[in-house]
Design a protein around this ligand. Sequence first.
Ligand SMILES: C[S@@+](CC[C@H](N)C(=O)[O-])C[C@H]1O[C@@H](n2cnc3c(N)ncnc32)[C@H](O)[C@@H]1O
Length: 371
Amino acid sequence: MYLFRLGREQELSRAELEAVFELYGWHVRVVVEQGPFFVVHITEDIDAAALMSRLGGVVKIGKRVCERDDTGTIADYLEQIQKEGKIIFSLSGNLDKRHGLAIKKELKQRGRSVRFVEANNTATILHNNLVAFQTDLTVVNHTVFATAAIQPIEAFVERDYGRPKSDTKSGMLPPKLSRILIHLSGIQPNQTMWDPFCGSGTILMEAAAMGFTHLLGSDNSQKAIDDAQKNMEWIVENEKKKKSFQLFVSDVRTAERFLKQGTVDAIISEPYLGKPLRGHEPRSFLEKQAEKLRQLYVAAFKTFFPVLKRHGVVLFIMPRFRLGDEWVRVNCVKDIARCGFSVQPFFPGKESLFYYRPGQKVGREIWRFAK
Ligand SMILES: C[S@@+](CC[C@H](N)C(=O)[O-])C[C@H]1O[C@@H](n2cnc3c(N)ncnc32)[C@H](O)[C@@H]1O
């Protein structure tokens, strides 16, 4: 039994996990879903570190170590896993500091030297080496899990802030979200992916880091393509990957002539989301902008159709603009369906997922379509 602690965007993280389970062909039974905790039974023995190095939305992976969560049982586990020297452990989930201190007291009475740490962040877990010791414990529904892998935050931060070229004006997708989108597409690393609004290349960079070898990127801005070229060269060098990407300048509406028909497996893109907003634009402005974007997106899907393979997938972000307590949306799903695409829901009855940070003026709807 495994525990996945989902990231802040719980629904997205959960959808990513399910997509990855399907991609790997694992037989998975959901045991508990409780806030950020997702407990599953997997028939295969999983390599938690390898799985973690791929995921964008999971914070921790734990393996079940005790089936009961009373003080004595947890103390027995800790004594046995750390046979000599000081026991350093942490406890989170359904049990809290009070329980941690009771376990500490019990171990002391048994003559062990022990320290309980409150591991509120991954830095504390890493600093105290708790993953290697198997002593970062999470309790969910009376079952105790020891963390077997934690999210490689530094690697994401390095790709986000350490890359040669950034574009704060057009905006950049967070690398974790880019990775989630790639997984949601169900595409395999040897298949062909195209980002037709690639900007400085965040989605392509994540795909390259994940080992994808057939990457295409285009944008109507020469500067964006120059930046994406530098970023991609950097990532290929940094991650020691094969240089196998192609970038070109093109308006999405005429990009068809650069690509062979029926050759692309998946299109994954955060398109142009409209002019940056100050936050006090009137409804008329937002509605006009939404209509312009609708026209651009429908034209884009007309281009996508011939270049995609049969059953090819499109992972596409559509903006929602904040207007007081309401949202102004780009309504183009019906038009996209008329171009020959069908919506692929993420969960039963859940056609799109929403990514939004409080205070932002634009929210992002994530849609999945199939040809
Ligand atoms: C929101 S940005 C994409 C950012 C990208 N996801 C990243 O994280 O680096 C949108 C991009 O679409 C490009 N763009 C705008 N209109 C376009 C069009 N008609 N055809 C192709 N690209 C376009 C812009 O130059 C911009 O780089």
